[in-house]
Ligand binder design. Sequence first.
Ligand code: UGA
Length: 424
Amino acid sequence: MNILIVGTGYVGTTTGLIFCEMGHKVTGLDLDEHKIRSLQEGNLYFYEPGLEELLKKHIQAQNIAFTNQTEKAIKENDVIFICVGTPKGTDGNADLTFVRKAAESIGQNINTYKVIVTKSTVPVGTVELVTGWIQSKQTAQIPFDVVSNPEFLREGSALQDALNPDRIVIGTESEAARTIMKELYKNFHCPIVETNPKASEMIKYASNSFLALKISYINELSRLCDELGINVNDVSQGIGLDPRIGPQFLRAGMGYGGSCFPKDVNALIQIANEKGRPMTILERVVKVNEEQPLYFIDKIKDALGGELKNKTIAVLGLAFKANTDDTRESPSITLIDRLLEEQANIKVHDPIVNLWPHQCRTVENTISGADAIVICTDWEEYKRINWGNLKPLMKQPYIFDGRNMLEKVQMENLGFYYIGIANY
Ligand code: UGA
């Protein structure tokens, strides 16, 4: 099948390449010439492990091409995936400007029956809106169907997630569209949930919000564990072995960030409020998440004698999680802002992200002369550091582990004063 992907961000590019792997021909459409040129040359303009190799492979095999020519791209393809961004709007709702633009271009250029698929995370009812936007620009009555098919891949493991999904959700009322979608996904070995568009759209918001809820649950519990001197990691393990709870997304830390959880939880809260059925539980999830970095800073401050003014703090990690260069809603940024308010001197390191003025290139430089280290991102490289060798470079050997990635006893044996998130 000839597939068009509108929007070549990490969801669009990964989706396109996965379909190439499954034997389809794919075109990536983006209005940003710079992105198109980079992808045409086989260079990913964002960081996502393993994806660039696959991009080069399918460009070489002529399975994927990139263009900014909207009309031709729409006319030549039968299935169109909308993978454009849906950022958080000013009112908390998802901003559908880019989805609307894509839908209107499809309406203007549709020449044969097409299946239009919303892959971007969109509010309940968007399939209906997209249908209307397409119709509003049509000059002839050419039939089409709009399907909701949300994506569940994670940044940093996009390729593996997209190749091995837990489930595929297809939301449509059209038999013809459902048949085409099932044909597209026939080589994937996972359950397919067939439902209507609204339920499909809700599944995506409900999944992300539930995962965020698990994180806020363990984070709030970690504060109590701290009070009681209990290792929260043991608690996560102990409860996670119950299959009704499950072990994932129970890692206590500085809170969730990224382009998805904060935006999607807020959007669901907004939808619920609009319908007069508030999701108060999610309001608390957001609150706990906002509090978590501040809670950690208070611990840092207490340990350093109640004052951060003129203390040199080495911040390790800017990305919202490991294996990505994304800093959107990163707890690390919240922490840095707060440290600056407290007039601390900041030194910053990240293995991939380069954002901070005069950012240090090595961990050694970052921690030299520091009063304390704060680990904000769980980069594997921080685990492998020979901490014993680095300790003499510091002014004071304090280490605050916001991701519970180091062993307290081991660090104490090396002479560090170690504080994690209820990590004993
Ligand atoms: C999330 C979902 O996991 C994907 O299924 C979904 O497709 C995606 O959003 C999306 O809607 O596009 P992502 O934001 O890329 O994926 O990253 P996650 O791995 O889910 O991590 C989100 C945040 O939660 C990170 O800040 C991470 O550090 C934090 N987290 C995760 C924890 O604090 N504890 C955990 O146990 C797990």
